[in-house]
Write a protein that binds this ligand. Structure first.
Ligand code: S3P
Length: 188
């Protein structure tokens, strides 16, 4: 495929909903640059890991870094941006996210998220006595926030393969950019 999309695609959603993997696939599909806000935070913290940042600066320090990363992306185009699951918890991030481009919300049910994240430690907010319950609570609390920030599709990734989701989203993105942002897509 030879397409150049000069806007950004932004993926928001809870941990374990497939943001990073799908962002990588979409970046490849459209020839866009992949950006991951968690990775940028780690880079800007001189390689300190996310759990380390949470430990040393608290969740608030991490959230400030998240906002700074979004501010740093302002004005850039041609990116697929995968965001950390809690980026919507700061109201001030909402206009920043929307100004970056088409915001797509990926979600999944509690059981699916739990199955996907249970073997991977390193998520500070899941270091609780009952991580599955924490997932259920945060999913419920954050759903309206994802919904309010999303300008594009909401996709429940629970029962679909990465290939199916990427295919469907690629179609939506083509529609979004050709329909609403005529002139920002070039094809050959
Ligand atoms: C967080 C999600 C993580 C990471 C940090 C906080 C959250 O990103 O930003 O651990 O608050 O949900 P992923 O959604 O990529 O796991």
């Amino acid at each position: 495929m030879n397409e150049a999309i000069t806007q950004n695609v932004v993926l928001v959603g809870f941990m374990g909903c497939g943001k990073s993997t799908i962002a990588r696939r979409l970046a490849h599909e459209f020839g866009l640059k992949l950006v991951d806000t968690d990775e940028l935070i780690v880079e800007q913290a001189n390689g300190r890991s996310i759990p380390q940042i949470f430990l040393e600066e608290g969740e608030d320090g991490f959230r400030q870094r998240e906002t700074a990363v979004l501010q740093g992306l302002e004005g850039q185009r041609g990116l697929v941006i995968s965001t950390g699951g809690g980026i919507v918890t700061r109201e001030e991030n909402h206009p920043l996210l929307r100004s970056l481009g088409c915001v797509i919300w990926l979600t999944a049910d509690t059981d699916t998220v739990w199955e996907r994240v249970r073997r991977h430690s390193g998520r500070p907010l899941l270091q609780t006595d009952d991580p599955k319950q924490s997932i259920a609570t945060m999913l419920r609390e954050r759903a309206p926030l994802y919904q309010s920030v999303a300008t594009g599709d909401c996709v429940d990734t629970s029962n679909f393969s990465i290939e199916e989701i990427t295919y469907g989203l690629a179609e939506t993105i083509r529609f979004y950019f050709t329909d609403q942002k005529a002139g920002s897509v070039t094809r050959s």
